[in-house]
Design a protein around this ligand. Structure first.
Ligand SMILES: Cc1ncc(COP(=O)(O)O)c(C=O)c1O
Length: 447
């Protein structure tokens, strides 16, 4: 039955979505057309399956379930408990973790829950803020890794490490030097815009030397980590946080994982002695969140089951191959890539040698039907609103079935579109070619 035909409860106003709220109905149609007609190259986006969408738009959205399975503050949780248990078990299987919390509403809340569970922010020397380290926002880190405008930068004494501007890679010698000097209590690894592998073993060595917890935020690379196409942080880091909606291809949300079983690490300074998993569970709820989004948690369970299938590994292999091909094709055309390539699903194009800004390039690409985002590059002379770079990713295009030929074509379109960022006629003609190609790659195959 379509929503137009659905008989609504007497207490609800009548009419399906199109009839009752044509403005929002139009947003859905417009957004669907935007997503399908254009090339979605924002590295943090993907396309969920109709199965995940069905669950996220289901009756589970009606349910309050504060607490954890079998320890709820509400009645009627028998069935949502099944969903959350499945999500936790599948997450553990997928990542070979011993413990999982699938309740964080987002990646930011996963980080907040984990940081606050591990550290009391004001327990530094003489009641000062506790020192932590994370990758600088302008070098690819995320807001929650210590930006002054974020809770992380406001609550903690943040010391940001950076990339070596010559190599575009994390300068591990500098990380070690800083850690010895600062003595952070937490080192955050992971990024929003870093195209290279993380050396979690080296980070752990440094963390152990200075007595810090090590946290990996794998929001971007969770898909690769799940299929072991990225060095695995789970056995190495004390805590791993992630989003579920990027390379992992699930509904929007967050998750926290650990390979430490209850009892393996005891946290200091808690009212009652707590293990890391116990502390994180209680910081996520009731610490920073209320009722979990049960429809999203069930959607996560479905997405994890999808990621446990052999086809997900093939998907991630294609994401990585597409990224490598696109990176090579852009470099052949004289584009500079930060670190001269990529090990993952994204790349950062440094446009300064072309005399272009990220802002103007993002607009020219958007007019041409290619959606990407401007991004700071190491040593950027432009402001964060202008930038000298553009970040590109392949997860969403790969979900649509695009491969090597399409990546070569996209590099050619980008080269043309950026040859004159003011030429609207040029962009219009590329837009038509993009639309034609995109129409051959629908969001969903027949199931
Ligand atoms: C590395 C990293 N961590 C955390 C987040 C935050 O995720 P959310 O937007 O779900 O809060 C992001 C989002 O882009 C991210 O890239």
């Amino acid at each position: 039955m379509s929503s137009e035909e659905t008989q609504l409860n007497l207490s609800q106003p009548s009419g399906g979505l199109n009839e009752f709220d044509p403005e929002i109905a139009a947003v859905l149609v417009d957004e669907y057309n935007r997503q399908t007609d254009k090339l979605e190259m924002i590295a943090s986006e993907n396309i969920v399956s109709p199965r995940v969408m069905e669950v996220v738009g289901s009756v589970l959205t009606n349910k309050y379930a504060e607490g954890y399975p079998k320890r709820r503050y509400y009645g009627g949780c028998k069935f949502v408990d099944v969903a959350e248990d499945l999500a936790r078990e599948r997450a553990k299987e997928l990542f070979s973790a011993k413990w999982a919390n699938v309740q964080p509403h987002s990646g930011s809340q996963a980080n907040m829950g984990a940081y606050l569970a591990l550290l009391d922010p004001f327990s530094g020397e003489d009641g000062k803020k506790v020192p932590i380290m994370g990758l600088h926002l302008n070098h690819g880190g995320h807001l929650t890794h210590g930006s002054p405008v974020n809770f992380s930068g406001r609550l903690f004494d943040v010391h940001a490490y950076t990339l070596d501007e010559k190599t575009g890679r994390i300068d591990m010698a500098e990380v070690a030097r800083m850690a010895r000097e600062i003595k952070p209590r937490l080192i955050v690894t992971g990024a929003s815009a870093y195209p290279r592998f993380w050396d979690f073993d080296k980070f752990r060595e440094i963390a152990d030397e200075v007595g810090a917890y090590l946290l990996a935020d794998i929001a971007h690379i969770a898909g690769q980590v799940a299929v072991k196409l990225h060095p695995d942080p789970i056995p190495v880091c004390h805590v791993v946080t992630t989003t579920t909606h990027k390379t992992l291809r699930g509904p929007r949300g967050g998750m926290i994982l650990s390979s430490y079983e209850a009892g393996e690490i005891m946290l200091q300074g808690m009212p009652k002695p707590k293990t890391v998993p116990e502390a994180i569970d209680s910081y996520v709820f009731p610490g920073i969140q209320g009722g979990p989004l049960m429809h999203v948690i069930a959607g996560k369970a479905v997405a994890f089951k999808e990621a446990l299938q052999p086809s997900f590994k093939t998907y991630i292999e294609r994401v990585l191959e597409n990224a490598r091909v696109l990176a090579d094709e852009l470099m052949k055309r004289g584009f500079n890539l930060v670190s001269s390539g990529t090990d993952n699903h994204l790349m950062l194009v440094d446009l300064s040698n072309k005399g272009l800004t990220g802002k103007a390039s993002e607009k020219a690409l958007e007019r041409s039907g290619i959606t990407a985002n401007k991004n700071m590059v190491p040593g950027d002379k432009q402001s964060p609103f202008v930038t000298s770079g553009v970040r590109l990713g392949t997860p969403a295009l790969t979900t649509r079935g695009m491969g090597i030929d399409e990546m070569k074509q996209i590099a050619e379109w980008m080269d043309r579109a950026l040859s004159d960022v003011e030429d609207k006629e040029l962009h219009k003609s590329i837009r038509a070619e993009v639309k034609e190609m995109a129409s051959g790659f629908p969001h969903f195959q027949e199931m």
